[in-house]
Design a protein around this ligand. Sequence first.
Ligand code: ADP
Length: 493
Amino acid sequence: MRPSVNFVRGLRFRLTVSYLLLFTGLLVAIGFYFRHRLQVQTEGDVRAVLEEVWGEAKGYLRIENQRPIWTADPDDPEDQHIVDRLRYVILLTDANGNVLLDSPTYETIGIDSPAEIRRIMALKEPEVHIRPDASGTPYIIKAGALPGERRDRYFLAIGRSLGDSQRTVASFTRDYLLSLLAIIPLTGLLGWALAGRAIRPVNQVAQAAQKITGSNLSLQIPLRGAGDELDHLIESFNHMTARLQDSFEQIRRFSTDVSHELRTPLTAIRGQLEVALFTAQTPDQYRDAMVNALEDVEQLSSIVRALLLLSQAESGQLALQKTSLELGEVAEDIVDQFQIPAEEKCVRLTANIEPGLRISADRVQLERLFSNLLSNAIKYTPAGGAVQVRVRRDDQRNWARIEIEDSGVGIPEENLPHIFDRFYRVRNPQINRIEGLGLGLSFVAWIVKAHGGQIDVSSKVGVGTRFTVRLPAGPVILKPTNEQETAVEPQRL
Ligand code: ADP
């Protein structure tokens, strides 16, 4: 079943919204910047014209007997145009604020008060300021003192409308906002399409993952060949399913093996009990049947014990209790313990042990490793054969090397890759009578792996088998004759 994705919290929606917000923010910022530039530019143009007009006023305006006189040639249309331009927004007063000349437009802006006129006339330079008229249109006004006849001074103010500039900016703003209104939804659609395209492979991965069950773990998601993060994700996902498939396969094989292994003694027990029930008549016959059944029960419980231990080990419940051990001592103890079984089978068991080799290991598991390998060596070596145990420092100085070699039946080459598998036993008429569960070497392999070591096997049918275990060793411990220990740092690889 496909899990429902919350639309608003979905990746596609969030990507689109982020993209849209970013894009809108960027467009608004760009709009503000150009609007400001336009305002500065158009206002600058008006100021430039005002400066021009101010200069012309000084040339064309004369005041005689408190009366303004325009000195323009009435027959020159250009002069007339200049004067008309001058007279559009103008105020001329004497030093006391008595109006000598003003234009209707200036009146709507408001005639300056005498106090204001005196303040401006006291300034060294003319003043420029912006004031609105009655309808709210802003005017830029330049005002200052104008020298007149006989040291009289007059107040002149000339203005230009900023209305056009304001209208240009307003129309730009309106057009820009309108185009934004059209662009933003289109951008949203584009973002939605792009986000959909970007997350399509993610959805494919999700759909493929949903199709995977325990029975079709071999399913692989095809790579897109883009070499991007998504391909990397798909690759990791495919590796994960491959690993899962391995584990599932192992579990499947394990449960088949377990049921098969348990069925054999159970069938035997059942047979013996049926024989006892239906055919036994004397107490001795009953006893025999019971003894046989008990032997099989014993085999059953040892299988279950071994399985339990192995599953604890492999699921990580069997924690290693590592201590610093003298490997040679552990090996010697075990070899001593196996002397009697070896003698009983007429197998010569010898040891060649290099002293003073310390490793950090779990003693119980290390003893189990030696026991399993040694008991196999003795078990699969016919009478008259030999088993040799060698413990020494490996050629790679910070590894310890354990070799257990026998002159036994050997293992056929085709069986070698499987001997560490659970329940795997070589089917061979020569050794079919030899008892075993096929679990010992699996456990040995786990112990070696848990200690960070390696195990190898070489064997030749009819000649013998050699197991080589390499374990990481501690610092080199030299044991001089006075029994004092000196630690030397291991050589780094
Ligand atoms: P088992 O309980 O059968 O000995 P193991 O897991 O210890 O189980 O060994 C798996 C198989 O590997 C054995 O059944 C045997 O066929 C083979 N094997 C192990 N050790 C030796 C050996 N030293 N010589 C010959 N065959 C061996």
